[in-house]
Write a protein that binds this ligand. Structure first.
Ligand SMILES: [Zn+2]
Length: 247
């Protein structure tokens, strides 16, 4: 292939723009905020699921407390009734009266047990509410943290996209000024060569693969016409001669 030496030099400028575009795409993909967001989402999911469990525990214990209170009510009422009957002297039979007094003792003991049970449920409920409140705070803090992280990520994405847009414009301009066949070869080579289709021959090295060229190749390159499009014998990239080539 033949191409004006000036066009070959301009191909290196196009390569520089394409390298910039590749770097911008890489930075876009590898922003630390992406990994931070993924980690935060995992934490958020775990804390949210703990919160749901804590909410369920609170409502279970609230039910349990109502039940404990409900269990107490009839026993307390019966105690009041019995004490009234003992007090007002309506029970004349000593045996029946002794039975009532026994029952009062029994009811008092029963009430004390039920109250102990209710207190224990109330303590557990208090702990469960405290845990739920802590988790609610944690969820809300994580939400705020996430919003800040997303804003930081988006700010950088906007800046990177703006730079990429400018580079794309420059690329279109530079590509438009190059011979079609040279551009087609360059674009065909790039994907299989790490995005680098054209490299400068600098100080007897291909800057694409960094290998030093052997004497025979160098002699061949030196003898080639200025408008001949050279290819690196090692990597196959378009090799562009410059005043720094050392030929
Ligand atoms: Zn090479």
């Amino acid at each position: 292939m033949r191409a004006d030496p000036h066009a070959q030099l301009e191909l290196l400028d196009l390569q520089a723009v394409d390298t910039t575009l590749a770097q911008l795409a890489h930075r876009r993909k590898s922003l630390p905020e992406h990994a931070q967001l993924a980690a935060l989402d995992q934490r958020q999911a775990a804390v949210s699921s703990d919160l749901v469990a804590a909410q369920v525990a609170v409502s279970d214990l609230e039910l349990e407390q109502s039940k404990a209170e409900a269990d107490l009510t009839p026993v307390r009422e019966r105690l009041v009734r019995n004490q009234k009957r003992i007090g007002d002297g309506t029970v004349a039979d000593p045996k029946a009266l002794a039975g009532l007094v026994d029952e009062v003792e029994h009811l008092k003991k029963r009430i004390s047990d039920l109250e102990d049970n209710e207190l224990e449920v109330m303590q557990r409920l208090e702990d469960a509410v405290a845990l739920r409140d802590r988790l609610e705070t944690a969820v809300s803090e994580l939400r705020t943290e996430r919003e800040a992280l997303v804003a930081r990520r988006d700010e950088q994405l906007v800046a990177l996209d703006e730079q990429a847009r400018e580079a794309q414009q420059e690329r279109a301009q530079r590509a438009g000024g190059l011979p079609a066949d040279l551009l087609a070869l360059y674009d065909k080579l790039r994907p299989g060569h790490g995005g680098v289709g054209a490299a400068e021959l600098r100080a007897r090295r291909c800057t694409g693969c960094q290998l030093e060229l052997n004497a025979a190749d160098l002699r061949g390159y030196a003898a080639a016409a200025d408008d001949e499009v050279l290819r690196c014998e090692e990597c196959g990239r378009i090799l562009v001669r410059t005043p720094n080539s050392g030929l």
